[in-house]
Design a binder for this molecule. Structure first.
Ligand code: ADP
Length: 455
């Protein structure tokens, strides 16, 4: 069953239940009201008749029958019977018909003083009339033709109303469900047109406020990330093959050069030194590739615990300086954290240390003074580590790409490196729900800022 039909059905069932409940209540209340009103009329009739019979001396039974017949004309099958203490019938408003009455009913009336019941289709009221020590029982009954025809009319009206109401509800249910689900059908069509080849395509975000607009916005967000991932994959392969090709081509030309003519011993040595440097570069590159692959493979499954960012910064400094003593790293606090926990984040120590190592290393590597200026700061949500240098800087165009694997800015070619570190840092920080941003000016310096949500 389609969602449209399911919504229409549920909507119709709810409205139908309300309509049926209302109709039943209206009918039951009206039927009760009619019965009560008719019983009241019968009681009045019974009381009037017995009073005329007992209290008005001038009225005899024949005159009373005439009065009864003339006042009860509106009622069908009307009857007023009066019994004495011995249950003997002393008055009947009808004498041409056989009169049925139940002796038990008479004793019930004597006990309860007033009884409302039925005699076939007719309503019947029994009253106890006590006057001058006499206990007379009056039975007054009639068929409420007017009231019952009104009830039949009401039943018909409610029945047709219910049927009409239900048909309109079902129709409107299908129409409105279709209307509200139309944007989903539209999105469905647009989504089915998106393939790996046209990830640039985006869904229509409508008014951007309702649930469908939000869904389209989120889906577009996913598409954007997917497109970025595809793009990164593509540039990774092209950059990696380019990086591998350069030292391989150099290796080949060195070998060709060596084979072209017999070489002297110093020339041989020179060729071998060049071959060694190219082989070293190839090994370095392969190691970086392996490191990248291992990091990306394990990045999702590393354990997280609470770690102090400032401790990690100092650890990374010590580790880098022991490997490269010519570097300088100055660490400073921008503000004193309000709380102990402002520098504590939920993360993986070794991955975060890797980030710091890479940022410190770059800052020192790409600046003539080999100095990284590190500032730790906190606010109510984030703990930040800004790594500044007074180095070569990064152009606006290069800043867009430096987080891609193997991308190296043109002014960095003279320095060692493979363009992998920042792409790993970016993924690690993203995994920690943080942000890695860069601010830089060519030939002046760069500042890389890591922002991580603290606990
Ligand atoms: P690598 O440093 O090995 O080339 P990274 O991924 O760490 O690889 O950096 C990518 C590129 O970003 C570098 O090649 C360089 O062009 C640029 N870059 C990174 N850090 C700095 C910095 N501190 N100053 C100038 N350029 C930088």
């Amino acid at each position: 069953m389609t969602i449209r039909n399911r919504i229409a059905l549920q909507f119709s069932l709810i409205v139908a239940s309300i309509l049926v409940a209302f109709s039943v209540i209206i009918y039951v209340v009206s039927a009760n009201y009619r019965r009560e009103e008719f019983y009241e009329r019968l009681k009045n009739k019974g009381r009037t008749t017995v009073r005329f019979l007992v209290e008005v001396k001038e009225v005899d039974q024949e005159l009373l029958k005439i009065i009864d017949r003339n006042t009860l004309t509106a009622l069908i099958d009307e009857k007023v019977l009066i019994f004495d203490e011995h249950n003997a019938l002393i008055y009947s408003s009808v004498d041409d018909k056989i009169i049925h009455y139940d002796v038990h009913l008479l004793s019930e009336v004597r006990q309860q003083k007033e009884v409302e019941t039925y005699s076939g289709d007719n309503e019947l009221v029994g009253l106890l009339y006590q006057q001058n020590g006499r206990d007379l029982v009056v039975l007054s009954s009639a068929y409420d033709q007017f009231g019952r025809s009104k009830m039949a009319n009401l039943q018909l009206t409610l029945g047709w109303g219910l049927l009409g109401g239900l048909s309109i509800t079902i129709g409107l249910g299908i129409f409105f469900a279709g209307q509200s689900l139309r944007p989903i059908s539209r999105i469905n069509e647009q989504v089915s047109a998106i393939t790996a080849r046209n990830l640039r395509q985006r869904l229509d975000e409508g008014n951007r406020r309702d649930e469908i607009g939000q869904l389209a916005i989120n889906f577009n967000d996913v598409l954007q990330r997917l497109e970025k991932a595809f793009e990164q994959q593509r540039s990774f392969v092209s950059h990696a093959s380019h990086e591998l090709r350069t030292p391989l081509a150099a290796l080949k030309s060195e070998i060709q050069l060596g084979l072209r003519r017999p070489l002297t011993v110093p020339e041989h040595e020179e060729v071998l030194v060049n071959l060694l440097s190219d082989a070293d570069r190839l090994i370095g590159l392969t190691n970086s590739l392996l490191f990248l692959a291992r990091t990306l493979e394990s990045i999702q499954s590393v354990p997280f615990q609470t770690v102090r960012i400032d401790d990690i910064v100092f650890l990374a400094k010590d580790e880098l300086l022991s490997a490269k003593p010519a570097y300088h790293i100055e660490i400073d606090y921008e503000n004193i954290p309000h709380e102990e926990t402002e520098t504590v984040v939920n993360g993986n120590e070794s991955l975060l240390k890797q980030v710091m190592l890479n940022l410190f290393d770059n800052a020192c590597k790409y600046s003539a003074d080999h100095t990284a200026l590190v500032r730790i700061s906190t606010d109510e949500r984030y703990c930040r580590v800004a790594v500044r240098d007074r180095g070569i800087g990064i152009s606006e165009a290069d800043r867009q790409h430096i987080f891609e694997s193997f991308y190296r800015a043109s002014n960095a070619i003279a320095y060692d490196g493979f363009g992998i570190g920042l792409s790993i840092c970016d993924r690690i920080i993203e995994l920690h729900q943080g942000n890695l941003s860069v601010d830089s000016q060519l030939n002046t310096g760069s500042t890389f800022t890591v922002s991580l949500p603290h606990v």
